[in-house]
Design a protein around this ligand. Structure first.
Ligand code: HEC
Ligand code: HEC
Length: 289
């Protein structure tokens, strides 16, 4: 192949001398500005890999001569955030829930940290967002077994319910059927009476008998009209909200065997700040009083 450099007549550009089947290659080099930018990038690249963490080695990597590390940056950021949080958490432990609720900065933290702690520790029993499940009360409504005031909620969460902690909330409904405290007929009558409290119609004579059984055996824990007694942990029976089911069979079962659900004392598992955050969070779920 002949290498004859000549000018292309049509464009006035030099050819490279390469020619295939009469077609000649024009020599159109890259613009100078492009070329120098390209060289500058190579130089920059070399300097960069010397200064900053770059080349992999067998067991690790070349760390760069500048000593810079994004990992160290992140660690410093995290430490700073933790220090900021430690401040908030100290305040939360020292303050009562009513005062925490009036402080927007603390409440912002309570909402964020509370959501995470609730999902980690509570949602397994109480459902996402405190929606509740059979045997595990809804925490997002204003129906409270043990009370919905800030201090009552804090007490419930801190020491739990029916556990070994000496401050645990304790109240055991008697097992009226299993321990033969009431006859089957009495249980049947009082079941109809209990159901009538939330509006279910029943036979007048049966309800009258049931009312007597209720007044003698149940009112101390559930209130004279079934309105609930928080100190006794006796749920309200007149609101149509059921922890263990409101169909006839479930109610008979509750009265016959009792249920005695338990909850751990969270102060034995979580730090005081987290417990306080959770109490404030639960109070703010919607039903706090
Ligand atoms: C192992 C299951 C379980 C877990 C986990 C659990 N709870 Fe409970 N919780 C219960 C039961 C059961 C009750 C109701 C007991 C009763 O009174 O019969 C209850 C009751 C409560 C009450 C009282 C509700 C009322 O109406 O008075 C609050 C408040 C509460 N839980 C908050 C929490 C928080 C906050 C967490 C997470 C730190 C949590 N619970 C985790 C089982 C659980
Ligand atoms: C010593 C207190 C106490 C007495 C007395 C008592 N209860 Fe209860 N009752 C409770 C507690 C506490 C619960 C919560 C469930 C549990 O943990 O057993 C409860 C739950 C119930 C429930 C289930 C409520 C729901 O939401 O699912 C029904 C129904 C009920 N009681 C009916 C009765 C009737 C009827 C009597 C009388 C024959 C009675 N109770 C006597 C303490 C008591």
């Amino acid at each position: 192949m002949p290498t004859k450099i000549e000018k292309d007549a049509a464009t006035g550009t030099d050819t490279t001398g390469h020619e295939w089947d009469g077609i000649k290659e024009l020599n159109t080099p890259l613009p100078k500005w492009w070329l120098y930018t390209f060289y500058a990038c190579i130089v920059w690249g070399v300097i960069y890999t010397v200064l900053f963490p770059s080349w992999p080695t067998l067991s690790s990597h070349f760390g760069g001569t500048s000593g810079y590390s994004q990992r160290a940056d992140v660690a410093a950021d995290l430490a700073a955030q933790k220090a900021g949080q430690a401040d908030l958490r100290e305040k939360i432990v020292a303050m009562d829930i009513d005062s925490i609720r009036k402080d927007p900065a603390l409440m912002g933290y309570v909402q964020a940290a509370g959501r995470v702690a609730f999902a980690d520790n509570c949602a397994g029993c109480h459902g996402a967002g405190g929606a509740g499940a059979v045997g595990f009360p809804v925490l997002a409504d204003d129906d409270w077994i043990w009370g919905g005031k800030p201090d009552q909620i804090l007490q419930t969460i801190t020491y739990g319910i029916r556990n070994a902690n000496e401050n645990s909330r304790i109240s055991d409904m008697p097992r009226f059927g299993a321990d033969q405290l009431l006859t089957k007929e009495q249980i049947s009558d009082v079941t109809d009476y209990v159901l009538s409290l939330s509006g279910t119609a029943g036979d007048v004579a049966v309800l009258e008998r049931g009312a007597v059984v209720f007044a003698e055996n149940c009112a101390a824990c559930h209130g004279e009209k079934g309105e609930g007694v928080q100190d006794m942990g006796g749920p309200r029976l007149s609101d149509g909200i059921w922890l263990y089911g409101g169909d006839r069979k479930s109610v008979v079962d509750t009265i016959t065997n009792a249920r005695r659900g338990n909850m751990p004392a969270w102060i034995e598992r979580l730090d005081p700040a987290t417990v306080k955050v959770l109490a404030t969070y639960v109070h703010a779920l919607g039903g706090g009083q």
